[in-house]
Design a protein around this ligand. Structure first.
Ligand SMILES: *[C@@H]1O[C@H](CO)[C@@H](O)[C@H](O)[C@H]1NC(C)=O
Ligand SMILES: *[C@@H]1O[C@H](CO)[C@@H](O)[C@H](O)[C@H]1NC(C)=O
Ligand SMILES: CC(=O)N[C@H]1CO[C@H](CO)[C@@H](O)[C@@H]1O
Length: 335
């Protein structure tokens, strides 16, 4: 335990030094313009959606709705560094055919409230938001579809409130316990998780994210090493939508990064308990941040779990291969 802590701190320090040096270098070349905040217009792709708010106990969350009020609920939870828009390829399809479809902006993102204390972003708070949204919309349960950080929240939600999860679909996110096991055992997963250590530092991660007109977002969604299959699904306008979401209404990378600052403590650790509800894991095998082995281990903790692999698709699987993902979800909902 002490050894592990020491290794964590050393890694944290290493990345702090490394990225501070990179920022300093950038500053030496570009001066203040490195951190210049551009004025942005709302991109067209964000027009025409039915944008709503829901007031929960502690926060007000923003969401978008497609599909009519009288249908069963399908709740979508996005990952980092994203917002509801990451589900754009799913919204129309499932609204027409199935349900009331709600992608939320998690707290700290886009138009949702952004509480100040770091602890406001602990997993417990995040699963409380999911419970409150489902109840607040007048439902007892929902089909929950989640990706990346949204998936971690969804897995933990399903453990704490199994009766509220009709069916669960997790895209490119293993169960937290299986992931924790993997990261301790596998050098490959450990190496890919470097940013989790870096994000434990204060301020510098936020500065790195905004530097050079949020270059980080370009790299994330279109960078070569992300291995995107269908780059035409990530247009300039889409990228502008993300940048817009991280620059308006008091948005800051600080709040999403606070999710990571709670990751080594509390509920996000611990063993995976057996889940009974039907679960579908969808996995793009080209994920550069997460090894598939942890997802395979996750299946062992599901009584009614299955996995669909999408060969070569990137971490952003529901955007990269929307047709396949939609087809797998539709089939799973019919079963
Ligand atoms: C957040 O989502 C809403 C709803 O589509 C959109 O109008 C808005 O532009 C998005 N981003 C920000 C930062 O406002
Ligand atoms: C597993 O879930 C499916 C629905 O996806 C259901 O039809 C089936 O009966 C479940 N199987 C078991 C063993 O519970
Ligand atoms: C808008 C767009 O370009 N969509 C494409 C995204 O990728 C799928 C593959 O699943 C294509 O079929 C779409 O045309």
């Amino acid at each position: 335990m002490v050894l592990q802590q020491t290794v964590f701190y050393l890694l944290q320090l290493y990345y702090l030094i490394k990225f501070s040096a990179i920022l300093l270098l950038g500053f030496a070349f570009k001066g203040r313009s490195l951190f210049e905040k551009k004025h942005r217009e709302k991109p067209k792709v964000l027009e025409g959606w039915d944008s709503r708010y829901i007031k929960l106990k502690n926060v007000r969350l923003h969401y978008v709705q497609t599909g009519s009020d009288d249908k069963p609920l399908m709740l979508f939870i996005h990952g980092y560094p994203e917002f509801w828009y990451s589900w754009r390829f799913q919204l129309k399809k499932f609204a027409d055919e199935y349900r009331q479809v709600i992608p939320i902006d998690q707290r700290g993102y886009n138009l949702s409230d952004k509480p100040k204390p770091v602890e406001s972003y602990a997993v417990d708070e995040l699963i409380g938001d999911v419970r409150d949204v489902i109840e607040g919309l007048g439902y007892k349960k929902a089909v929950v579809v989640a990706h990346d950080w949204g998936g971690l929240v969804a897995w933990k939600f399903a453990e704490s409130y199994p009766e509220m999860v009709d069916k669960l679909i997790c895209c490119n996110i293993p169960r937290p316990g299986a992931f924790g096991h993997r990261i301790r055992k596998s050098w490959s997963q450990f190496r890919k998780s470097w940013y989790m250590f870096f994000y434990q530092n204060v301020r510098i991660p936020e500065l790195l994210c905004v530097a050079d007109d949020m270059k980080m977002l370009d790299l994330c969604f279109r960078g070569r090493e992300m291995g995107i299959r269908n780059s035409e699904n990530f247009t300039d306008d889409d990228l502008e939508a993300w940048k817009y979401s991280f620059s308006m209404n008091g948005a800051s990378f600080k709040y999403p990064i606070n999710y990571y600052r709670n990751i080594f403590s509390g509920k996000s650790r611990g063993k995976d308990i057996m889940l009974d509800m039907p679960v579908l894991i969808i996995w793009g095998t080209g994920d550069g941040a997460l090894d598939v082995e942890a997802a395979e281990d996750s299946l062992k903790t599901l009584r009614n779990g299955s996995m669909k692999k999408i060969p070569g698709a990137s971490h952003w699987v529901q955007q990269d291969e929307p047709e396949k993902v939609n087809q797998y979800i539709a089939q799973f909902l019919k079963d």
